[in-house]
Design a binder for this molecule. Structure first.
Ligand SMILES: *[C@@H]1O[C@H](CO)[C@@H](O)[C@H](O)[C@H]1NC(C)=O
Ligand SMILES: *[C@@H]1O[C@H](CO)[C@@H](O)[C@H](O)[C@H]1NC(C)=O
Ligand SMILES: *[C@@H]1O[C@H](CO)[C@@H](O)[C@H](O)[C@H]1NC(C)=O
Ligand SMILES: *[C@@H]1O[C@H](CO)[C@@H](O)[C@H](O)[C@H]1NC(C)=O
Ligand SMILES: *[C@@H]1O[C@H](CO)[C@@H](O)[C@H](O)[C@H]1NC(C)=O
Length: 801
């Protein structure tokens, strides 16, 4: 009895807490960080408000979406000042103020909204995720409810449907995927009423979206409407008062959605996939990750490659300042004073093609020759680090002399070169070539938050308690200790690794299998059904009787977290012409993927056994193109396959094709990716685009090339390997399959003539001539040596239909 009484007493000395699930917090009550049940739940159950752990003993009061596998935070009260895991609470005072207090700093609140009201009031979490503080004025007839504060007016990095972005609000990205505190990127209404994305670093700041080169009016924006309101609706339509608007790729379906200023500087719309319980990207502001400013610091350049991802590298003559933080950029290897004019050093210029550095122009001058621009830069002495040189419409050149080299990037879409000014001896020294040096590129590595709980030293409640307890005797004191100890322990159990783990799992929408489960399913990995560069595939039957293809990856030296991160991207993809991934297993060395099983095996086997008539072949061509087009464009994730070949195109019971093994290029051989030119090569001889061999930039056009070869193979029935060995040349640069077909087409007197020469004899003349002609023409476009001349996969789909 005594113990029970005591525990009850313990509870009551704190402010009265909530007991049952509710969407409202009444006046004079509070939500405590220590009680998992102290949360508000919206009446439809979609959103909750409560404390979320953001680090070791660090909590933020948040509103989060609860239907996803792991909670999705949509708003935070105190993102930059997390509170302790003990004694912290959010209280709604009788005078109308809402205050968040921390154990360490009882007197000064961590966060408060400074409202005041003499009317009765309550805090309510609404069904749309808005947390509102409202006064309730009772009149004779009804209750007048007035909102005096709402979380929708103070967004963090997320805008929900129906929530307005206004003159007074902005979206600020978080630091990193795991660190929720304010980062460097911001969506806001500028002074000229246009909606913009801004990079605001510790030293530099600049707007990068919409393109800073263009005037708002040229981008269809209006700068005259001073209203400043932007809004996303549940159907995927976004409108802004500056006349900017867009539709998401899944418009006009009604989904849970959110517009998020992501930590990587891109603005994205996510739609909630009810089946997978995950968020999928359905729109993003920029398709070029390097357009975001502040990725790589001064004197370095950002480069994007589909295989390696976004990377930074130092310009020639410069070396990295801090290997852990690329945003600090690179510093000169030569003495900076050498750039001045009175040192007698002679200079040269290094040309960087298709490159730009944004901002910090000393002067823009029209010149008629490169020499003139070089002289301008030399004349400016140490103030000019290089210049941007661009042809302009009036048949002269624009010369932008640069005092700082920041926001550098290279891209085929940039017309204009940069000339880097360097002392002659630096210029002539043979240091590394510029291209493809994948280096660490993370802006801010997340560090554990060292906010350990300190026992409140002079806490009046506690000391009173202790005196009180003494009165009851030693036994009770022991009990308190046990209670305290228990609370303390349970709170400390969640360490950071766990956080990261859960975060990653939340992003993946499928099942995690244990190794033993898969061992049982595949009868000890006995029924081998395929073997490729990536690993061995076994047939298996899962617990729920689904037949699966179980792929054990070899040579996957990746860490678990990295592996899960890649898998989460693959798992988001969902298309009828892509193989469905059901799950994965990561245990020790094992990296295993579980896919749906395809009755009819691969296109390669089917071509070999001659089981495909022309109709089926044509369907496979169209379906495969659709699957690849989705990978490249529609899902906005820009996944490259990098190994398109008949062995990776599987056929279901109705002979519909499904592309397999996409996304694997990132999972395999990760650690030797950067060591040499050759390890960069992915794919299979005979199907590989010339870019791999010449070490050019890898874009989605490598898949287009391989697809073209597959088309030629389907039409002719001849494998490109076969033709290779016939000619015995072995060179990839001169693709025999392509030259063979091209010569036939060129030398034939009529279309009918070359078609008969090329088409697979196994078809016995049963084919649609127009379709064959179209297919071969498309294929020949796909296998052009110059990747810029190849169509995109979605253009291929259009041409085929
Ligand atoms: C409700 O309260 C607001 C502000 O307190 C007041 O302006 C409004 O007239 C009231 N409405 C009704 C119907 O009483
Ligand atoms: C300004 O923008 C608001 C919100 O988009 C719109 O309702 C209003 O009609 C606009 N005003 C003008 C003059 O275009
Ligand atoms: C730009 O540089 C040229 C050449 O030094 C000079 O004549 C001109 O006045 C400068 N313009 C500005 C705006 O500083
Ligand atoms: C990247 O960072 C890791 C860890 O900080 C370090 O071990 C590695 O050497 C770095 N790589 C390069 C190329 O700087
Ligand atoms: C998040 O980043 C901020 C600023 O860099 C840092 O102070 C804080 O410790 C980080 N928090 C976590 C949980 O890593």
């Amino acid at each position: 009895m005594q113990i029970q009484f005591f525990l009850l007493f313990l509870l009551f000395t704190k402010t009265i807490s909530l007991t049952s699930t509710t969407d409202t917090l009444p006046q004079g009550s509070s939500l405590s960080v220590e009680k998992p049940n102290d949360i508000l739940i919206s009446s439809n159950g979609h959103y909750s408000a409560g404390f979320i752990q953001v680090g070791d003993n660090a909590f933020c009061f948040s509103v989060y979406f609860t239907k996803s596998k792991q909670p999705t935070v949509v708003w935070m009260a105190n993102r930059d000042q997390p509170v302790n895991g003990k004694n912290s609470k959010l209280s709604l005072f009788n005078n109308g103020n809402l205050i968040l207090t921390d154990a360490e700093r009882k007197r000064t609140p961590i966060w408060s909204i400074s409202t005041f009201s003499t009317f009765p009031l309550q805090l309510q979490l609404q069904n749309n995720g808005n947390l509102v503080l409202e006064t309730l004025q009772k009149t004779e007839k009804s209750t007048n409810v007035t909102i005096i504060w709402q979380s929708f007016d103070f967004p963090t990095d997320t805008l929900l449907p129906g929530q307005e972005l206004t003159e007074h609000s902005s979206l600020v990205s978080s630091k990193s995927k795991t660190n929720f505190s304010s980062g460097f990127y911001k969506l806001y209404f500028d002074n000229d009423n246009a909606l913009r994305l801004l990079f605001k670093g510790p030293l530099l700041a600049s707007v990068y979206w919409p393109s800073p080169w263009k005037l708002p009016i040229d981008m269809g924006r209006s700068t005259y409407n001073a209203t400043k309101i932007a809004l996303l609706d549940s159907f995927g339509h976004f409108t802004s008062s500056d006349k900017y608007q867009f539709h998401t790729t899944d418009y006009p379906n009604k989904f849970h959605r959110l517009l998020k200023m992501d930590h990587d500087g891109n603005l994205r719309v996510y739609s909630f996939n009810e089946k997978m319980k995950t968020w999928e990207v359905t729109w993003q502001a920029t398709q070029e990750p390097c357009e975001v400013h502040g990725i790589c610091g001064e004197n370095s350049m950002c480069s994007y490659d589909h295989v390696i991802g976004r990377t930074c590298f130092c310009l020639k003559g410069y070396k990295l300042k801090n290997p852990h933080d690329w945003s600090q950029g690179c510093e000169p290897e030569f003495k900076p004073a050498d750039l001045s004019c009175n040192r007698g050093v002679s200079f040269g210029f290094l040309r960087l093609q298709n490159t730009e550095f944004f901002g910090y122009d000393l002067n823009v001058t029209k010149v008629t020759s490169l020499k003139q621009c070089q002289d301008l830069c030399l004349g400016l002495c140490e103030r000019c680090k290089g210049f941007q040189f661009k042809f302009n419409r009036e048949s002269t050149y624009d010369c932008f002399t640069k005092t700082l080299l920041v926001n550098g990037r290279d891209s085929h879409n940039i017309d204009g070169d940069v000339f880097l000014k360097l002392p002659k001896n630096t210029l002539l020294s043979s240091t590394m070539p510029l291209k493809h040096l994948p280096l660490n590129c993370s802006i801010a590595l997340s560090q554990p938050l060292n906010r350990l709980y300190e026992k409140p030293s002079k806490n009046s409640t506690l000391s009173f308690l202790v005196w009180f307890a003494l009165g009851f005797g030693v036994f009770e004191i022991t009990m308190i200790f046990i209670v305290w100890f228990f609370l303390f322990r349970t709170n400390k159990n969640n360490d950071n690794v766990d956080q990261v783990q859960r975060h990653l799992l939340s992003a993946t929408g499928f099942q995690k299998f244990s190794y033993s489960e898969l061992k049982t399913a595949t009868k000890g990995f006995t029924k081998e059904i395929g073997r490729g560069g990536g690993g061995i595939v076994y047939k298996g039957i899962l617990d729920d009787d689904r037949v699966a293809a179980v792929k054990c990856l070899n040579e996957a030296h990746q860490g678990e977290a990295e592996f899960l991160a890649e898998i989460s991207t693959i798992g988001m993809l969902n298309h009828m012409n892509l193989i469905d991934m059901w799950g994965y297993c990561v245990e020790g060395k094992h990296r295993i993927l579980v896919y749906e099983y395809m009755e009819h095996g691969s296109l390669a086997e089917n071509l070999c056994s001659n089981s495909l008539d022309w109709n089926k072949r044509f369907n496979v061509a169209v379906g495969t193109a659709k699957g690849l087009a989705y990978l490249h464009e529609e899902c906005l994730e820009w996944v490259l396959h990098c190994d398109v070949k008949p062995h990776n195109i599987l056929l279901d019971t109705k002979f519909q094709p499904k592309v397999a093994d996409f996304g694997l290029s990132k999972l395999l051989n990760r650690d030797d990716r950067d060591s040499s030119v050759f390890s960069r090569i992915r794919g299979t001889r005979g199907y590989m685009a010339p870019e791999w061999v010449y070490n050019l930039k890898i874009t989605s056009k490598v898949d287009v090339y391989s697809y073209g070869i597959v088309l030629l193979e389907m039409v002719s029935g001849k494998s490109p390997m076969e033709i290779h060995s016939l000619d015995n040349s072995g060179g990839i640069e001169h693709h025999r399959m392509v030259t063979w077909v091209m010569e036939k087409v060129k030398n034939a007197p009529t279309t009918m003539f070359w078609i008969e020469e090329i088409v697979d004899g196994n078809l016995e003349g049963k084919y649609d001539v127009n379709q064959v002609e179209n297919l071969v023409k498309v294929a020949l476009k796909c296998v052009k040596d110059d990747m810029n001349e190849r169509p995109s996969m979605s253009q291929v789909v259009e041409m085929l239909l």
